[in-house]
Write a protein of this length. Structure first.
Length: 121
């Protein structure tokens, strides 16, 4: 059995403390109706369906996210792009349908580490 059988479908942060990743509360899944601003209350993995249009996902401020990794999964069922930006609206990554972006913050800047294909089977 996989560690995470299904991701919870929620529309607000689930209160996982900063830097913590656990099996039960370690992921966030949502269909977006607009852009999304992440906070340190959101867990490391966010699985997002853009909901019919390209959407912006804004990462939390760098000063409060030193040492943090994020994985932004685009689970779109149509060719929709998520544009991942820092809090100054600078583009960091653009995962397309069935892709995930892994980003890292060193406390002063967010950096794209990789974009890779995800298989939803």
């Amino acid at each position: 059995m996989p560690a995470i059988a299904t991701l919870p479908d929620i529309s607000a942060p689930i209160g996982v403390p900063y830097g913590l990743f656990d099996v039960l509360g370690g992921a966030f899944s949502a269909t977006l109706a607009g852009n999304l601003v992440l906070t340190t209350d959101h867990p490391m993995i966010v699985k997002l369906d853009p909901g019919g249009a390209g959407r912006d996902v804004t990462l939390e401020a760098e000063a409060g996210a030193a040492g943090r990794f994020r994985m932004i999964v685009n689970s779109a069922d149509n060719p929709e792009v998520l544009t991942v930006k820092n809090d100054a609206a600078v583009e960091i990554s653009t995962p397309a349908q069935n892709q995930a972006a892994l980003v890292y913050c060193d406390g002063t800047a967010w950096t794209e580490i990789a974009v890779f294909t995800i298989s939803f089977t």
